[in-house]
Design a protein around this ligand. Structure first.
Ligand code: HEM
Length: 526
């Protein structure tokens, strides 16, 4: 049975060295010895009001050290604390106070009902460099520029516009299946993650810039991954030490993360996107860059917005499907049911289903939802920040508190899901509504919480859903997925608990699988 608190850690290389963490821990301890408690019961009063205490996780100082040095998977420890201490807990992170929430109803009240004051982003050193002082969508505060950029993104990602991209998405899904089958035939097995990244990248690359990469060996794919992977990593909750302990600011600027971030943005990100934008504007293909010209955005705005699209639109989908493969390798029974469902459709219609026909694939929809619930691809989403004092359910949330949705905690919350540690798609059977409508609808009926909240809710939900549906139908119609074989020809199962902290996203640890062509698919006789 899966226990999120026991996720194995495979990536121990991140962050600073242990000695820095020890120093940080020491300084952090001093800071809290000198500074008054921000949330003791006595302090929780304003005039006549007495507020409920937000319990402080006693070990937030060691946690801080963990985050910076030991390859900690942040959602792991914190989920245990939420389970022990309550739906909202406080972590003292140097000069920042974090409130971590694992109750979706409370999260809704904070992020949606009080969205006017809880939709800024936290102080994060990488965000400062990346946004060029507040541009773009994902990491900018809720300024006028952000509103303009988000409006443009919502327009191009609206379901109606995304439906026009069906052919692109289908082409990339077919190509993905071909690549997985070919590479398995060639090498005996394949780690699907990079191929998945190329497939999902191509959909956003084509729509944003009218270009695609031919394969994972394409130099453009490598250039873009040299942007996507560090961006997702740097934007993770750890950021840089100086955002928690300003005393490190100068060191950081000279030799630390600030230097790394500045160089990354000026030498890697900006030149790459300036080139992509120039080529797209001078080319003859219709693409988002051209449509964004309507919104009175300058070149720097476009660089940041397009980087948001490529970073958010490629890794998220590929990691989601990668987790699904990991789960299905050890669940041949579920794969069989998925094949039966897609075969039944093909026998009647003599073709594969489109996204509009998804109601005829209830089991597939249930498996997709359960997979996203069972393995949240982000552990903290992208945290928000309160820009004023607010009161929610008698809790006082002071200005500048970092508001962290604990995605693993929410999806493993027993008050919301029966037996949450069991992978059970049946819990979503009969619920074929789109994740898009669920995420934007009544909180009590929301299926899962992976797409975030309120004014910041992911604008790419529909695109993600369409792409994932196309990939899954094509994969189950054409392949059986198994583990690789050891030297004795025995199948090697993949450890579902082995995960790597890649910054914002939590990916499966590298694995090998086999994609075996189906000989019994009704597609063969068409
Ligand atoms: C399985 C796929 C995906 C997941 C799980 C996901 C999840 C998220 C989450 C958790 C956030 C932060 C929400 C918040 O702050 O409350 C977000 C924001 C965002 N996502 Fe996605 N996303 C996915 C796919 C996509 C795709 C395909 C795109 C489109 C290209 C996209 C574009 C964005 C953008 C631009 C933001 C920033 C929104 C803002 O800050 O206002 N995402 N996403």
């Amino acid at each position: 049975m899966f226990d999120p608190t026991k996720l194995a850690i495979s990536d121990k290389q991140q962050g600073l060295v242990i000695s820095m963490a020890a120093l940080a821990t020491g300084l952090s301890a001093c800071y809290y010895l000198w500074s008054p408690s921000k949330n003791s019961a006595d302090d929780n009063t304003t005039g006549k009001n007495v507020y409920r205490e937000v319990p402080t996780a006693g070990s937030s100082i060691p946690y801080f050290g963990h985050l910076f040095s030991l390859g900690e998977i942040p959602g792991r420890t914190v989920t245990k604390w939420n389970q022990e201490l309550g739906p909202m807990i406080q972590l003292n992170m140097g000069s920042q106070v974090w409130y971590v929430i694992n109750d979706p109803m409370l999260a809704h009240e904070i992020f949606v009902t009080k969205g006017a004051v809880t939709s800024d982003r936290p102080i994060h050193t990488f965000f400062d460099y990346y946004t060029h002082g507040g541009r773009g969508i994902s990491f900018a505060n809720g300024s006028k520029t952000w509103k303009k950029s988000r409006t443009a993104a919502l327009a191009v990602l609206a379901p109606q516009r995304v439906n026009d991209l069906t052919d692109v998405s289908l082409y990339e899904a077919d190509n993905l299946v071909e690549q997985l089958l070919e590479r398995t035939a060639l090498y005996g097995h394949v780690d699907p993650s990079t191929i998945l990244q190329a497939a999902s990248l191509n959909v956003v690359l084509l729509t944003c810039f009218g270009k695609r990469v031919e394969s994972v060996e394409d130099p453009l794919f490598k250039d873009i991954m040299n942007f996507v992977i560090p961006t997702v990593k740097h934007a993770g909750s750890e950021g840089s030490l100086s955002q928690f302990l300003p005393i490190f600011g100068l060191v950081d600027a000279l030799v630390g993360k600030k230097r790394v971030f500045a160089d990354f943005v000026s030498k890697v990100r900006d030149p790459l996107f300036a080139r992509l934008i120039k080529d797209a504007l001078s080319g003859d293909k219709d693409c988002y860059v051209k449509r964004f010209e309507e919104y009175d955005l300058d070149e720097t705005d476009l660089i940041v917005i397009m980087s948001d699209f490529l970073a958010a639109g490629s890794d998220t989908i590929s990691v989601t499907i990668s987790w699904l493969f990991v789960i299905l390798v050890s669940r041949p029974d579920i794969q069989q049911k998925l094949r039966n469902e897609v075969d039944a459709f093909v026998k009647v219609h003599k073709r594969l289903p489109t996204f509009e026909e998804r109601n005829q694939m209830p089991y597939l929809i249930a498996v997709q939802k359960e997979s996203l619930r069972f393995r949240s691809i982000t552990y903290f989403g992208i945290p928000h920040r309160a820009n004023k004092d607010i009161v929610v359910r008698d809790y006082l949330i002071p200005k500048d508190t970092v508001l962290v949705p604990n995605m693993i905690g929410m999806h493993m919350n027993e008050d919301i899901y029966d037996e949450p540690y069991v992978f059970n798609p049946d819990r979503f059977l009969g619920n074929t509504g789109t994740m898009f409508s669920s995420a934007n609808g009544n909180i009590a009926k929301r299926d899962q919480y992976n797409f975030g909240w309120g004014r910041r809710i992911c604008p790419g939900i529909h695109l993600a859903e369409v792409e994932m549906f196309h990939m899954c139908t094509r994969i189950f119609a054409n392949c059986v997925i198994t583990g690789s074989l050891d030297e004795n020809g025995n199948e090697v199962l993949i450890d579902m608990d082995a995960a790597s902290n890649c910054g914002i996203v939590l990916t499966p640890s590298p694995y090998k699988a086999r994609f075996i062509p189906r000989t019994d698919s009704p597609l063969r006789s068409l």
